[in-house]
Design a binder for this molecule. Structure first.
Ligand SMILES: Nc1ncnc2c1ncn2[C@@H]1O[C@H](COP(=O)(O)OP(=O)(O)O)[C@@H](O)[C@H]1O
Ligand SMILES: N[C@@H](CCOP(=O)(O)O)C(=O)O
Length: 352
C-alpha cells in the first residue's frame, strides 16, 4: 500500500547571547520533507531511496542516501533498530528554505528531520524525547536540536552520563552515522544511544517579541566557529554569562518586554568575542545598535555560531534590519533579512 506523509522541522537560533550551548528558539522557517513510499516503484538505488531537493543547498547537498545528512541520519536510526535500508519505492522530496552554514540551525533541522524519517519509516513509535537521544548522538550541543524538535524558546542540558554511556556517546561521528560506502552495505550496526541524554524546559515568550535575522551572504561552518573558542574560561567570564542568563530567560517572557533589562542581559563573554575574527563588523554591530539608537530593539546577538545576527524587537523591524545591513555593507558583506517568530509546535508529521 502506498503511504505518504510530510515532516516539517523549524529553523532555530541558538545561544541568544549568554546561553552558549544552552538556549535555543525555533523559528518560523521550515525544512519540509514530502515522503512517498510506493512499493510498486523500484528506484535504482542500493538503499531504495530517491532524493529530490529544492531550495537552499540545492547546488551542494548530496542526493545519495548514505551521504545526505537527512537520509544518512534516518539510516542510522533504522540500522540501530535492525532495519538495513529504506522500504522499496521510497521517494523523499526535500524543500529547504533554511540557509546552510549561517547560524540558523540548518544541520540541526536536517538531523531532527532524519531521525523523524527513520522513526516513521521503521514504524518505531519513539517519543520526541527518545528521538532527541538519537539527534544528540549526531549533533552534540542540545540547543538547536531541542528547539527544532520541541518548538518555542527552550533551555537544555545534557545529563551526566555513566562511564559506559559516555563511551557510547563519545565514539567518533563516523562510527555513529553509516559511512558513505558507494552502495555497499558494510553490515555495521551502530551503537544505540543511551536513554534520556538531553533534558529541556520550554519557557514562555512575550507575544510582542519578534526575531529579525540578518543573514550575510557567506557560510561559516559551526565546526570552524567552534574551533576559535578557548578550552577554558575565567571565573569572572563564567559568572558574567550566568548572571545574564538567569535574568534573560524570564525577562523574555514578560509583557511588555523591558529593553533596559533585556539588552544588557543578552551580552556574552563566552563565544561572541572570539568569533569576531570570523564575522567582519560583529563587535561594532553588537555595540552600536542599541535600544537608545533604535527604539523597539530589545537585544542583539550572534545567531548560533554565526554569521547571522539576531535582533529581538517589538517594532521598527525594517529600520533595525536596514541599519545592520548598512553596517555589513561597509565591510563589503551583502545580506538578506527575515522577520521571524518562535515556531511553537516544533517538528511535526502530517499523514496524507
Ligand atoms: N537540508 C539539508 N540537507 C542535507 N544536508 C544539510 C542540510 N542542511 C544542512 N546540511 C548540512 O549541514 C551543514 C551546515 O551545518 P552547520 O555548519 O552546523 O551550519 P548551520 O548553522 O546552518 O547548522 C551543511 O554544509 C550540510 O552539510
Ligand atoms: N551553541 C552552538 C550553536 C550552533 O548553532 P548553528 O545554528 O550555528 O549550528 C554554537 O554556538 O557553536
Amino acid at each position: 500500500m502506498t503511504r505518504s506523509f510530510t515532516i516539517s522541522v523549524p529553523a532555530s537560533s541558538a545561544n541568544i547571547g549568554p546561553g552558549f550551548d544552552v538556549l535555543g528558539i525555533s523559528l518560523t522557517l521550515y525544512l519540509k520533507l514530502d515522503v512517498k513510499i510506493d512499493p510498486a516503484v523500484s528506484y535504482e538505488d542500493p538503499h531504495n531511496c530517491k532524493i529530490t531537493y529544492e531550495g537552499e543547498g540545492a547546488e551542494s547537498v548530496p542526493l545519495v542516501a548514505d551521504n545526505n545528512l537527512i537520509t544518512r541520519t534516518a539510516l542510522y536510526v533504522l540500522r540501530c533498530n535492525g532495519i538495513r535500508t529504506f522500504p522499496t519505492g521510497t521517494h523523499v522530496n526535500v524543500n529547504n528554505p533554511i540557509p546552510l552554514g549561517r547560524g540558523l540551525g540548518s544541520s540541526g533541522a536536517a538531523v531532527v528531520a532524519g531521525v523523524i524519517l527513520g522513526n516513521e519509516i521503521g514504524k518505531l513509535g519513539f517519543s520526541k524525547q527518545r528521538m532527541l537521544d538519537y539527534c544528540l548522538m549526531i549533533e552534540r550541543h542540545p540547543d538547536n536540536i531541542t528547539a527544532a524538535m520541541m518548538g518555542g524558546f527552550v533551555g537544555s542540558y545534557l545529563r551526566e552520563l555513566s562511564a559506559a554511556d559516555l563511551e557510547r556517546i563519545e565514539i567518533p561521528l563516523a562510527e555513529v552515522l553509516p559511512e558513505p560506502a558507494g552502495g555497499a552495505d558494510t553490515g555495521l550496526v551502530p551503537p544505540e544511544p543511551p536513554m534520556n541524554i538531553g533534558h529541556h524546559i520550554k519557557y514562555g515568550w512575550a507575544k510582542e517579541i519578534k526575531a529579525i535575522a540578518i543573514i550575510p551572504n557567506f557560510e561559516l561552518s559551526t565546526a570552524t566557529s567552534r574551533d576559535v573558542l578557548p578550552t577554558a574560561y575565567t571565573r569572572k567570564d563564567a559568572i558574567f554569562n550566568l548572571q545574564r542568563l538567569s535574568v534573560l530567560t524570564t525577562a523574555l517572557t514578560r509583557s511588555p518586554p523591558d529593553a533596559d533589562l533585556i539588552y544588557p542581559a543578552m551580552q556574552d563573554k563566552l563565544h561572541q568575542p572570539y568569533r569576531k575574527t570570523l564575522v567582519p563588523g560583529l563587535t561594532e554591530i553588537l555595540a552600536s545598535v542599541t535600544p537608545k539608537t533604535h527604539p523597539g530593539l530589545l537585544g542583539i546577538c550572534l545567531s548560533g555560531a554565526g554569521p547571522t545576527i539576531l535582533a529581538l524587537a517589538t517594532e521598527r523591524f525594517e529600520e533595525i534590519a536596514q541599519e545592520i545591513l548598512a553596517r555589513f555593507a561597509k565591510e563589503k558583506i551583502q545580506c538578506t533579512w527575515k522577520l521571524l517568530e518562535p515556531a511553537d509546535d516544533g517538528a511535526t508529521v502530517t499523514e496524507h
